[in-house]
Design a binder for this molecule. Structure first.
Ligand code: 3HC
Length: 311
């Protein structure tokens, strides 16, 4: 039996009013948001690792500077998102513990190894490209702090995608070996990028509620289709072979029909058995421990500052 509060809550959702931290919300709405926003933040932070591996191997100072600023952006995106999640009543320490214990998820794509410089191109172009399709839609999410964080993040993401595509364009116009490196990277990152949109709507545990509460504004399959359609012409422009041999334009639908994703691989990777799952968490734990003195120093400094102010 729906309470008056729930009726008022759903009225606001239907009226496209943002839900703010101090507003009443169903406990399941809060829990769903803590789950999604904290995992989104974990994805941004873990996503820094594959690209971090190429900072010392960038082919020019210019590429190095661009990659460095992109990685710094990802850290900032993680910060906005952890802060948005904290407004729902979970602490940073609880979220970090959930990540490091393996209980919380992060985007499976970051468990694939970055093997060549072309991967920096494919990641910017495809992974950030997929993230943009998802995050542009999330700008209209019903929870205020999350929507506002998305608007800021989307402003920076388009630069991430463009610099990745620019790397791919340089490679395909380079030597045959460089073009082959770009093709190999596309082949390794295309399908995992499609997995970023989640399972099919029919398999999605959260989509029904997330759509009803307008946490999600478009479904996993609709966003994935948008990405498939936009990427097909970009692959053609690069003069590369499309990794999906069954891709075919469907005039009636006005979209591309595509081959099936390997869902065993998807479930395997999110269950923790991807190429780099262990390495990504070990790296995060090591960096977190090495950085503990900075956090402690900040806490001590702020305590001293406050003590002085109250003297
Ligand atoms: N990797 C890891 N886990 C995934 C996943 C993926 N690609 N796709 C789905 N899952 C998980 C879900 O988290 C859920 O597990 P949980 O209940 O333990 O959280 C389960 O699989 C079932 O999936 P659902 O579709 O039911 O889950 P959602 O409704 O949450 O949809 C989602 C999944 C589309 C990823 C949604 O959570 C979402 O839109 N999240 C925000 C965007 C995001 O997290 N993007 C990650 C990439 S960020 C990034 O790439 C940074 C860029 O700047 C580089």
């Amino acid at each position: 039996q729906t309470s008056l509060q729930e009726k008022q809550f759903m009225h606001k959702i239907k009226a496209e009013e943002k839900i703010e931290p101090k507003d009443w919300m169903p406990e399941k709405y809060r829990k769903n948001l803590i789950r999604q926003i904290s995992q989104h933040a974990h994805s941004e932070v873990i996503g820094m690792q594959p690209e971090g591996n190429f900072l010392t191997r960038a082919p020019s100072l210019r590429r190095k500077a661009i990659l460095l600023s992109k990685i710094q952006d990802e850290a900032g995106h993680g910060l906005y998102l952890y802060s948005a999640a904290e407004t729902l009543g979970i602490s940073r320490d609880e979220m970090i513990e959930a990540l490091q214990s393996g209980r919380a998820k992060y985007a499976s794509i970051f468990n694939y190894p970055a093997l060549t410089w072309a991967d920096m191109g494919a990641i910017g172009w495809l992974v950030d490209g997929a993230a943009i399709v998802n995050q542009v839609s999330l700008q209209r999410t019903s929870y205020g702090p999350y929507a506002r964080g998305m608007i800021r993040i989307c402003k920076e993401e388009s630069f991430h995608q463009r610099q990745g595509y620019d790397i791919m364009l340089t490679l395909v116009n380079g030597s045959p070996e460089q073009k082959a490196m770009a093709q190999d990277s596309l082949n390794r990152f295309y399908w995992p990028a499609l997995m970023m949109f989640g399972p099919h709507d029919s398999e999605s545990a959260h989509s029904a509620k997330s759509m009803e509460w307008k946490i999600k504004r478009e479904t996993n399959d609709d966003l994935r289709q948008k990405f498939i359609d936009q990427t097909a012409s970009q692959i053609e422009f690069l003069g590369l072979e499309h990794p999906d041999k069954e891709l075919k334009w469907n005039e009636e639908r006005g979209h591309y029909d595509s081959g099936e994703i390997d869902w065993d691989e998807f479930h395997n990777v999110i269950a923790g058995n991807g190429h780099c799952n262990r390495q990504r968490l070990e790296h995060h734990i090591k960096a977190h421990e090495e950085g503990a003195w900075v956090r402690e120093a900040l806490v001590a400094y702020n305590a001293k500052k406050q003590a002085k102010q109250t003297e």
